[in-house]
Design a protein around this ligand. Structure first.
Ligand SMILES: *Cc1c(COP(=O)(O)O)cnc(C)c1O
Length: 429
């Protein structure tokens, strides 16, 4: 497919219009400095390719809910149990969001109030653990999130983390090691999931290990929430005691967190969110989440996630063809993590070169990475945004080739010009 016959408007609620953001007149008049800055950011996005794994394009419908009147509503507590008056309509919006989340993920209980996936993790721990408890999670060096035991984060300060990893030969999670560590350390909770592992996890196996040592199982799936919603990844919900999800990233809703859990844990999870870790929920975000859940329940969204994975597979194969080494040999998800050291580069240098040509991706420490954490040996990419914009395997094959040429020392100006052309053709509008 050439860029001129790119599909536009194929998503019922899609907003492939990165380059066409205009500040509302009110902002322009009140604060031209900020209005201009935001317009320039929209332009920057329209001129470059967004391959950061956690980013996406939020739909106009979600943006409208985010900017709507619930932004001003104080509604501490839960529907029917608020600490403020005038909450009937806020209650209705939250109940819709909760019902839609429960239906979308087939979950007995949903809490839609966490402001971020990290604060949702904090609430999940608060619901299940006491300070000092032992938690077994994917180690940070192998792709665990900061909320899985970083000393710079509450998790590493308040709990005793033990880390499992992936095997050096195939890059897959070593379930024998998980079981062995669980038997040895008797954790109170096991966390499954991470930020850069590109393969599906075996939820049943994690559940069996957790049961064997009488631990809670927390599924940390912020990265792949959209794949689960769209049926492109196995759902942890039937297996995990608590599932921590993100409503941005692939789900394309407001930046925020979502907790799903068993009926037994519903009260504990709700109290862990409010009043333990948060005050009043952002009711405009709750409304925006409701819209995103409805969008994610459509056949168009299902097609979107399947296409996102297909694009990532093409990207991984293309990068392998260009001499990079995709971790685990490929991907089951929207994520590709690849070793750039065969090209004689660090991840940081690859990131710099790509950014200079408009290819926005992130350096990434690989499992067993010999390079310092600031340099790394890898890059991480995701196909969420470009797929929302309508790109498919054809474009992703070309993007892989462009990255390969650039990292092999190809001409930055010519490659950058082609990147801009592609980006503009899919900026929508
Ligand atoms: C993105 C991500 C987070 C952090 O999400 P925030 O909303 O930025 O706090 C946490 N855990 C995992 C697994 C993630 O992918």
């Amino acid at each position: 497919m050439t860029v001129t016959d790119a599909p536009t408007g194929h998503l019922r609620t899609g907003r492939p219009a990165a380059g066409h953001w205009h500040p509302a007149q009110a902002l322009h008049e009140a604060d031209p400095q900020l209005a201009d800055l935001l317009a320039a950011e929209a332009e920057r996005r329209a001129e470059s390719l967004q391959l950061l794994a956690g980013e996406n394009l939020t739909s106009q419908a979600v943006l409208s809910a985010l900017g709507g009147p619930l932004i001003d509503k104080y509604a501490e507590g839960y529907p029917g149990r608020r600490h403020h008056t005038g909450c009937a309509l806020a209650d209705a919006a939250e109940l819709i969001a909760v019902d839609r989340a429960r239906a979308l993920f087939a979950a007995p209980h949903a809490n839609v109030q966490p402001r971020s996936a990290t604060s949702a993790m904090l609430a999940a721990y608060a619901a299940l653990l006491r300070p000092g408890d032992v938690v077994l999670s994917m180690s940070l060096e192998h792709g665990g999130h900061l909320s899985c035991g970083s000393r710079a984060n509450f998790s590493g300060r308040w709990f005793e983390f033990v880390g499992y990893g992936v095997r050096e030969d195939d890059g897959l999670v070593d379930l024998d090691q998980v079981r062995e560590l669980a038997r040895r350390h008797r954790p109170k909770a096991i966390v499954a999931g991470g930020i850069s592992h590109p393969r599906h996890l075996d939820w049943a196996a994690f559940r069996a290990i957790a049961d064997e040592v009488d631990a809670y199982l927390i599924a940390s799936v912020a990265q792949t929430t959209g794949l689960v919603a769209g049926g492109a990844a196995p759902s942890p919900v039937p297996y995990a005691d608590v599932t921590v999800a993100a409503t941005h990233k692939l789900l394309r809703g407001p930046r925020g967190g979502l907790l799903l859990c068993t009926a037994d844990l519903a009260d504990r999870v709700d109290r862990a969110v409010f009043p333990f870790t948060q005050g009043g929920a952002a009711m405009n975000e709750v409304a925006g989440k409701a819209v995103a859940f409805a969008e994610a329940a459509t056949p168009e969204y299902r097609q979107y996630v399947l296409r996102t994975v297909e694009g990532a597979r093409t990207l991984a194969a293309g990068l392998a063809g260009a001499g990079l080494r995709p971790m685990t040999g490929g991907t089951d998800t929207h994520l590709v993590t690849a070793d750039v050291s065969p090209l004689g580069l660090s991840g940081a240098e690859a990131e710099r070169r790509c950014a200079a040509a408009g290819l926005m991706l992130g350096r990434c420490a690989l499992p067993y990475d010999p390079a310092p954490a600031t340099e790394t040996s890898g890059i991480r990419l995701g196909t969420g945004t470009v797929t929302t914009q309508g790109m498919g395997p054809g474009e992703l094959g070309e993007i892989a080739a462009l990255i390969g040429r650039l990292l092999a020392g190809g001409p930055q100006a010519a490659i950058g010009a082609r990147v801009r052309e592609l980006a503009r053709a899919f900026a929508g509008g």
